[in-house]
Design a protein around this ligand. Structure first.
Ligand code: AHR
Length: 620
């Protein structure tokens, strides 16, 4: 093959092209990225957390007891948003209340764990022994708390652990027969990402950070618009002291504690130098909601829209307002006096473009434009049905002059190979595109070299269209083993391990090798038909900050392809790095390798069969 890079045929492309989409699906938040180790810490689980009202999902889910009387009460709660608490009264000398964590509580040798609970005594002070114990009864750490107050009071202690354990449980043993009320029982590793209190699991957060995402979309997906009007995600319920946040059912049929709330999402963005992209429901829940009926759309009643819109404007003030403003002061009180610098706001998620949607979206869009013209609103063009090209969504976006729209497509692998020209013809004067959810799907929904390479190939075309496609994010991001509801996902994990997929490495290589200028290339493969040329992708970008030129080469052919690369039009240093990611189509345990590489003005490089190569060349 002959590949010629043209210095004079270039264009600016989006600096935000590679981002991530975080949704609490597959236990991505509680039991996942959110580092809390106690499940149902606030006794707020309810059968309504599940679609078909599973009555084992109640205030005592994940808890069990022995030798004590246990009652769930709601007579005098800590806060109205956390109605339920437990009272315990020991019957004999060995009573205990036990929490199983999320599939157990894993422990790391020589780590500290912060334990806390709220307690109120009914019959005088009582001591509580707190231990972490495995199923064979081995105690890894223990401490005693003296509950003395008749009113709810927070008690805390640090537990030190010497040995690692895969599976322990939290054991609370009252040391007397006095009745005591307990709530908000919490355990966090001291080692969280960037050491934040109420923080994120360090290994998972670091794996995400390694993608070098330029933005983070949250909290969904379907979680954002919810299952019915009552289930729409309300950002205000997710900020403030943990015990005052309002937990709610997750549309994916489990419980959201909201411990990972808007403050934590924004903080994570800041920690990894990514632009926050919250997505707010467009006044309508998911079209597949139980209320509204499949394929129908119900909306927030007209008379409630003013308040709903005000909530959205308040979010902007909370994120960007001065620390003395009404909502900015709440951000400051949470420990962040400086603004979070919100620039993008998604309104709607994959909604059907009905009249109900259109009316509400229009009201919200106009209100944001009026109050905060500097905010870039990202609309939605609805679910993807091949052949429709999102007609109605685009019509609305063009009518309102929405600056950017969110497109989603989960497609068969072949679609990505055969639709690399998808954005070439997009009208550059219309809304820009955020490709907010996409993935290559094969039967059985694996992640392997074939899915990964098809995404790498398609992304060469996305970079080529990086003037109209401003942002992209693969979906979904996280899945916990044994709780995986949707496949494929970018990163699988369990309590101890993080398992990035082949598709993850594609995101990481693109994220770490992003550019801001795109250079056109001519690629010619002698005697090749379209079927062959479609399986080879080339993208050349320059990162203006470092000056580096980055050549990405993808081959989905079963044979090596020797290419002569002509970059004579550029002055390039001969120092380069060569990263190769190659393996059989069904391989899953492949990781990229990087080595130093010297290039001449023209050089030959052989693309291995089924491979993605990144050549990064210094220009100075
Ligand atoms: O990514 C999983 C789901 O796919 C998202 O929640 C939704 O937006 C889409 O249908």
């Amino acid at each position: 093959a002959q590949i010629t890079i043209h210095k004079d045929r270039k264009k600016a492309i989006s600096p935000l092209l590679m981002g991530i989409f975080f949704e609490d699906i597959n236990y991505a938040a509680d039991g996942g990225l959110y580092a809390e180790l106690i499940q149902n810490r606030d006794f707020e689980y309810t059968p309504a957390d599940t679609k078909f009202r599973d009555y084992t999902w109640n205030s005592l889910k994940a808890w069990k007891s022995e030798g004590i009387e246990v009652t769930i009460d709601s007579i005098s709660p800590i806060h109205e948003n956390n109605l339920h608490y437990v009272t315990i009264k020991r019957n004999d000398e060995l009573g205990k209340l036990v929490n199983e964590g999320f599939d157990g509580i894993p422990l790391k040798a020589n780590e500290k764990y912060y334990f806390s609970l709220f307690a109120k005594t009914f019959e005088g002070a009582t001591k509580l022994k707190i231990s972490l114990v495995d199923t064979l009864g081995k105690v890894y750490t223990t401490k005693t708390i003296n509950a003395t107050s008749k009113n709810w009071k927070k008690y805390q202690t640090t537990l030190k652990v010497k040995e690692s354990a895969r599976y322990t449980q939290l054991v609370i043993e009252p040391m007397s027969n006095q009745k005591v009320g307990l709530d908000f029982i919490s355990l966090f590793p001291a080692e969280t990402f960037k050491q934040h209190k109420n923080g994120l699991r360090a290994d998972l957060a670091q794996t995400i950070a390694d993608i070098n995402p330029k933005f983070v979309r949250f909290p969904g997906g379907c979680v954002a618009h919810g299952d019915g009007l009552d289930n729409i995600y309300r950002w205000k319920n997710t900020i403030g002291p943990l015990e005052t946040r309002k937990p709610q059912r997750n549309i994916w049929n489990y419980h959201q504690s909201m411990g990972l709330g808007y403050f934590e999402y924004f903080q994570f963005c800041e920690d990894i130098n990514a632009t926050p992209l919250p997505v707010i429901a467009a006044g309508v829940p998911c079209q597949n909601s139980s209320t509204g009926g499949a394929g129908q759309q119900c909306g927030i009643p007209e008379e409630e829209m003013v308040a709903y819109i005000q909530d959205i404007l308040d979010l902007i003030e909370w994120a960007n307002g001065d620390k003395n403003s009404e909502w900015g002061s709440k951000r400051a009180a949470a420990g962040h006096p400086e603004p979070f610098n919100l620039k993008y706001l998604g309104i709607g998620n994959e909604d059907l473009i009905t009249d109900v949607f259109e009316e509400r979206f229009t009201q919200i869009f106009n209100a944001i434009q009026k109050a905060y013209p500097e905010i870039v609103v990202i609309g939605t063009v609805g679910p993807f049905y091949e052949g429709t090209d999102y007609d109605e969504g685009w019509e609305l976006a063009n009518k309102l002059e929405v600056p950017m729209v969110d497109e989603h497509y989960y497609v068969p692998l072949g679609w990505l190979i055969h639709n690399q020209d998808y954005y070439d013809a997009y009208d550059r004067n219309n809304a820009k595109v955020y490709l907010g959810e996409y993935a290559s799907h094969l039967p059985g929904r694996p992640s392997n070299m074939e899915t990964a390479l098809s995404e790498a190939l398609y992304l060469t075309a996305v970079e080529r269209n990086g003037d109209v496609v401003k942002m992209t994010s693969y979906a979904p991001l996280l899945a916990k083993e044994n709780h995986t509801q949707w496949k494929p996902d970018l990163i699988y994990f369990n309590n101890l391990e993080v398992k990035p997929t082949t598709d993850y490495y594609v995101q990481k290589l693109y994220g770490q090798n992003a550019g801001t200028i795109y250079y056109d290339t001519d690629v010619s493969i002698p005697f090749a038909n379209e079927d062959i040329t479609n399986r080879v992708g080339v993208s050349v970008v320059q990162d203006e900050e470092s000056g580096d030129m980055i050549i990405k080469l993808v081959s989905m052919l079963p044979v090596p392809v020797t290419a002569n690369l002509d970059h004579t039009q550029f002055v390039m240093n001969s120092n380069a790095t060569l990263t190769v990611f190659a393996g059989a189509p069904d391989a899953i345990d492949v990781i990229p390798t990087t080595e130093d590489f010297k290039i001449g003005k023209e050089f030959e490089y052989t693309l291995p069969p089924y491979s993605f190569t990144v050549i990064r060349v210094q220009t100075q």
